[in-house]
Ligand binder design. Sequence first.
Ligand SMILES: O=P(O)(O)O[C@H]1O[C@H](CO)[C@@H](O)[C@H]1O
Ligand SMILES: O=c1cc[nH]c(=O)[nH]1
Length: 235
Amino acid sequence: MSIHLSAQPGQIAETVLLPGDPLRATHIAETFFDNPTLHNTVRGMNGYTGTYRGQRVSVQGTGMGIASSMIYVNELIQDYGCKTLIRVGTAGSYQEHVHVRDVVLAQAACTDSNINTIRFGAKTFAPIADFGLLERAARLARERGHATHVGNIMSSDTFYHDDFEQYRLWAQYGVLAVEMEAAGLYTLAAKYGVRALTILTISDHLVTREETTAEERQSTFHAMIEIALDAALGL
Ligand SMILES: O=P(O)(O)O[C@H]1O[C@H](CO)[C@@H](O)[C@H]1O
Ligand SMILES: O=c1cc[nH]c(=O)[nH]1
């Protein structure tokens, strides 16, 4: 047991998928895992372990934002020995050519969060994905023909910005989309020497203002989940 997870030692697999939404965790376990067992309900943050194509795998909801998700990532690595952490999340597109339902593989994550100012002061740290995982995921996405983009994203502490248009600066620098956790995940993965990747599905569009429903966000977006599970096979 850790402070925020009630799983017993050994109950969580070395590979963990990390959706922000705990109900997406339930959906993933029920749809993709064989023999899933629920190992956490503390704070309603559902976590399950099962097998996928014969390999043990877990899924753990992290809540929204870097602050919440880093608590789970810390405990999964330090208390449960997890080695491969793949976030499967939703994101808002910053770019006209990155459409709703497209997949984004986050090669790196900018952030407006203070997490790395606290660590590194005025010097900046570049939070990046594990290259091996990224390469596997990119190959799988290409083979499956799913509209997929690889590049930089923004992990923001703020969902509702006072100035909606502030995203345009990041868009000018080629940032593809915004979510709220990847920079924290990548930073902790670097600190502890484990693999991490963030795979996102575009759920809404800051340029066109197109949106998906909460139901779609919770239970569809299967392409990214299959890419995440298959990219981790054999690791
Ligand atoms: O769909 P999830 O994984 O929660 O990810 C995105 O959705 C939430 C905001 O609606 C934030 O957590 C953001 O990162
Ligand atoms: O953080 C997020 C997630 C989805 N859509 C957004 O606009 N922001």
